[in-house]
Design a protein. Structure first.
Length: 87
């Protein structure tokens, strides 16, 4: 059984993976398109961004889910804590 500190660190790393790689995909799409013009983003770009977020979350869940339960959205963790249903 993982200690509380291991669970917290797993959540921190999982949230970092999700935010870093998901946001990096948005930055990459904007750089490839040559600027901050949101209108220039094509449907393929939106699909690539969505797949990057999904892949990052999948990797984080498989790698860290057994340790922490994979609540990589802080709102889920806070909601469970506030409702006193946190495992």
């Amino acid at each position: 059984m993982a200690s509380t500190m291991q669970k917290f660190l797993a959540e921190l790393i999982g949230s970092f993976i999700l935010v870093f790689f998901g946001t990096a995909s948005v930055v990459l799409v904007l750089l490839v398109n040559g600027g901050l013009d949101i209108a220039a983003i094509t449907m393929a770009d939106w699909v690539a961004i969505g797949l990057a977020f999904g892949l990052a979350l999948t990797v984080a869940i498989y790698a860290l889910g057994p340790i922490s339960g994979a609540h990589f959205n802080p709102a889920v963790t806070i909601g469970l804590w506030a409702g006193k249903k946190f495992p």
